[in-house]
Structure formats: C-alpha cells, structure tokens
Write a protein of this length. Sequence first.
Length: 241
Amino acid sequence: MKKSTPIFIALASILLLSCKENKETPKVTYENTTKTEIKTVPIDSSQIAIADLPIQMEGTSYLIHPIGDFRVYEGRSKSTYGTSNTDKVSFSVSNYNRFELTGFLQNLKFQHIDSTEIRFLTDKKVMISNVSYLNTIFEKSKRQLLVYSIIDMDTNRDKNLDANDIKSLYISAIDGTNFTKLSATMQELIDWNLVESKNRLYFRTIEDTNQNGQFDKNDRINYHFVDLLSTDFKTESYNPI
C-alpha cells in the first residue's frame, strides 16, 4: 500500500483550509419556526463610543456628527530591550467627501448651525455604512434629502451587526427627520440610482426566495422607485424585464 508523503499531506491540509476560508458566510440564518424568542444584539463592552468632528454638507444649514466606536487592539512591538505590548487605536470613525459620508457608524446626530440642540437620527441599534446628500435634487426642488445604506437587523444571528448581515436603504430630510426605510425587510440592497429628470430614486434588491441563506442566481431581483417630492416616500415596484 502506497503511503502518503508529508508534502502531499501538507498540501491537502492547505487546500482544505483554503476551502473553509473561502466558504461564504450566510447573510440569513432561519430560525426554527417553533421558536418565539426575540434575538437581540448584545452591547459589546470592549467597544467605546466616539464622535468625529462635525461635517456640513455643502449648501445646507445642519451639522452632522458621525458617531461610531473604536476598539483598543493589543499588539506587540520590538524595542531595544526586547518586546513589549502596545495599544493600537483609531480615533476616526468616518470619511467625508463633499456630498458623501462613509464609515461603520452607530448613529448620527444633527444640529442646526444656529442652535445648540442636537438630536439623534435613530434610537435603534444600526450600522450605517454610507450617507449621501442629494444635492442635485435640492438645486431643482429646494428639497434637502439624505440617502443611507444601513444594516438594521442581525439576519445571520451571530449577535453582531456587520457586513455579513443584510443591507437596507433608508432616506430622511437633511435634519434627520422623516427617517424612512425604503427597501423591504429581509431583502438585500444591490444598488440605487438617482434619476433627476423624474425626481426619482431607483433601487434594486434581491430576495432569498429559495431560503438557502445566500443571495444567488436562483433568487429574485426586485425593482423599485421612490418619488422624492412625495411626503411619505412610498416605494413603488416596477418590472423592466
């Protein structure tokens, strides 16, 4: 009987490890339908809330305070007399580029430039990854709106809100009021696009119709638009296929 060589065994181990690492994490984990308990995301005591300096979208009268968290990472660094532990932290939670704010944010606070009052965007636990100011809509209609990409549910039930959960689309006024969810619950936001000539925000979502926990070619893509001049931001469906 031919024995496996150590090199062959090592290569086989690497391939097995690689396959495990490349396995995509399900974005949705379905509970047993007999269970009624509500899954909540616990507060991570190792995280510390911090706010970046406020930003003001061009042409608006509101300051936006990005709020996130940073972790203290314990690392090792070489010194003259050996090695020592050092703490590595980041004091920045967001990036700002004229009409867009990005990051991994817990919340936002809004403040009129002539006021000392500051209000939260939401009282729910969320992760905000992107905020876009629709400046061209303001130029046409004088209406100031923000569009958000937000993770608002622990859809894979790992007790964390992160990029492995479903991303949703939200909208609000420039001061954070009328904060409204546009995409349907349990549908992953694919992308969105502004059509200025019609004052509409178009977006696509994907629905896990076969309930395998993944979003793939066997699932349904849904097409929607919102009239940005409406007061209730009602989502309308359409079928371009």
